[in-house]
Design a binder for this molecule. Structure first.
Ligand SMILES: C[S@@+](CC[C@H](N)C(=O)[O-])C[C@H]1O[C@@H](n2cnc3c(N)ncnc32)[C@H](O)[C@@H]1O
Length: 452
């Protein structure tokens, strides 16, 4: 977990380590074996150079010795000095107009942003990585003690000799960017204009982001940071107002309701008849439009996010994104599910419980030969007919089984209804249930109490 923000100032050194969703390299290096992973290096004028492992091996190699973190062993780290790598990628350390000046104007306020495949980031100042400018021999390594880095570190790791602030020894490095500190980041258009080696700006990224159960304080730092910098945030209509305060003005785009749940996305209309056939056709059109929109945004270097309530992998209307938008290699940022938040207000832990089933309502789990169920069930109730479900549950659980409904968890309107299964239908019948509620049934709730 890299949730905290650390910012420290050291004389002459700007040294910041922080983490957020980041922009893993557009080539999705994480999906490639380390030996094939490319490194993207962007210079101060926005030109991106792609460095293959073979090209890396041809750069001037250097070795430094330092302790291997969290061990008492020494490592002989082999790789390329960071400033040499940047030089090879076109960073102009020497200014032809003023050769006696050690630090050219273009780099005086720039910093080096190093990024890992999971979005972890570390910042170095220019002087700190250049021995001629008073810095250290900071190395980007791909081998230690004569062997390639293991999978947890590969393809590249930064080594800061003599520093035991290992949070800066960033591993799984896939992208290094020289960023101007005082100006707006280089626009994709500028990058395209000055990118003779790749011929294109660095690509944008797509994220599926869990925004938590409702209370903004339960949104992860990572999700909040990502939403803040996203250029486009897709959401369904009911989340528009909730998401808007966290994103740039105008970034929210309401997605077609046809895409919700993805049931008909990518289906063949000929497999359906009548109205359904037309619906499949329209859904596919909406999906194509969405893909066209994302393709253009990504090519333009934009960050695109799909915002989802709770956790985006739990009964999510965007659950289809990782599969059907696989071409954009979406990164999933987990969120706190309403289930987690409801456990907290119910003050229930699951230690010692045999099993717990999260259900959309259509499946109650496998009964024993007597037709009885013993797991605790938690229903995400969006498609549930509650009284009908109560009847099904009464057939499978003893009447004194504890039951709870958690309404609007983490919102100001949050409330809990508790009872025993045998009589809970009456409790529910007297209540006006909100749109958002979770139903719990089973022993994990502890001893059943009267309704409250
Ligand atoms: C489409 S599912 C989305 C679940 C979401 N991905 C999550 O992890 O919480 C919607 C259902 O989640 C539950 N839900 C979501 N937010 C809730 C909240 N704040 N309070 C209670 N239930 C909630 C309700 O059962 C609702 O019908």
């Amino acid at each position: 977990m890299y949730h905290s923000i650390w910012l420290m100032t050291i004389p002459l050194l700007l040294c910041a380590v922080w983490a957020h969703a980041g922009e893993p390299a557009s080539t999705s290096p994480a999906a490639q074996p380390p030996c094939m992973r490319v490194l993207l290096v962007r210079n101060e004028s926005g030109r991106t150079t792609t460095i293959t492992p073979a090209e890396f091996a041809k750069l001037p190699q250097a070795t430094v010795r330092d302790k291997i973190p969290h061990t008492d062993q020494d490592g002989a780290y082999e790789g390329v000095l960071l400033h040499e790598l940047l030089r090879a990628a076109g960073v102009a350390f020497a200014d032809p107009a003023a050769p006696d000046k050690k630090l050219p104007a273009s780099l005086r306020t720039a910093y080096v942003l190093v990024e890992a495949s999971d979005g972890y980031q570390v910042v170095f100042s220019i002087p700190e990585i250049h021995p001629d400018l008073g810095g250290r021999e900071v190395l980007l390594v791909n081998r230690v003690n004569g062997v390639p880095l293991d999978a947890k570190l590969a393809p590249y790791q930064v080594i800061v000799p003599g520093s035991d602030l290992h949070a800066r020894w960033i591993r799984q490095v896939t992208r290094i960017m020289v960023q101007p500190a005082t100006a707006a980041p280089v626009s994709p258009q500028d990058a395209a204009a000055t990118a003779p080696q790749t011929g294109r700006p660095s690509e944008g990224q797509v994220f599926l982001v869990g925004t938590g159960p409702g209370d903004p304080e339960l949104m992860s730092v990572k999700a909040a940071q990502l939403l803040k910098r996203a250029d486009i945030v897709f959401c369904y209509s009911w989340m528009k107002d909730e998401v808007a305060p966290f994103v740039r003005p105008g970034a929210v785009e309401v997605a077609s309701p046809l895409l919700m749940g993805g049931q008909y996305c990518g289906q063949n209309p000929d497999d359906f008849q009548g109205e359904l056939q037309e619906r499949v056709r329209q859904t596919n059109e909406a999906l194509d439009q969405l893909k066209t929109r994302i393709r253009a945004a990504v090519a333009d270097g934009k960050t695109v996010a799909f915002a989802d309530n709770g956790d985006p992998t739990i009964f999510s209307p965007w659950g289809w994104v990782p599969d059907l938008l696989a071409e954009f290699r979406p990164v999933v940022i987990p969120g706190m599910s309403s289930f987690n938040a409801a456990n907290a207000v119910l003050q229930r832990g699951l230690a010692g419980q045999r099993s717990l089933i999260l259900s959309s309502g259509s499946d109650l789990g496998r009964p024993d030969p007597q037709g009885r169920l013993s797991s605790t069930l938690v229903f995400f109730t969006q498609r549930v007919e509650i009284q009908k479900l109560m009847g099904q549950l009464r057939d499978r659980y003893p009447a004194d089984t504890p039951v709870a409904i958690v309404c609007d968890v983490s919102y100001p309107s949050e409330r809990i209804l508790r009872g025993q299964l045998g009589t809970f239908a009456d409790v529910v019948a007297k209540e006006q249930l909100p749109l958002l509620y979770l139903l719990y049934v089973g022993d994990a709730l502890g001893v059943a109490t009267a309704a409250k």
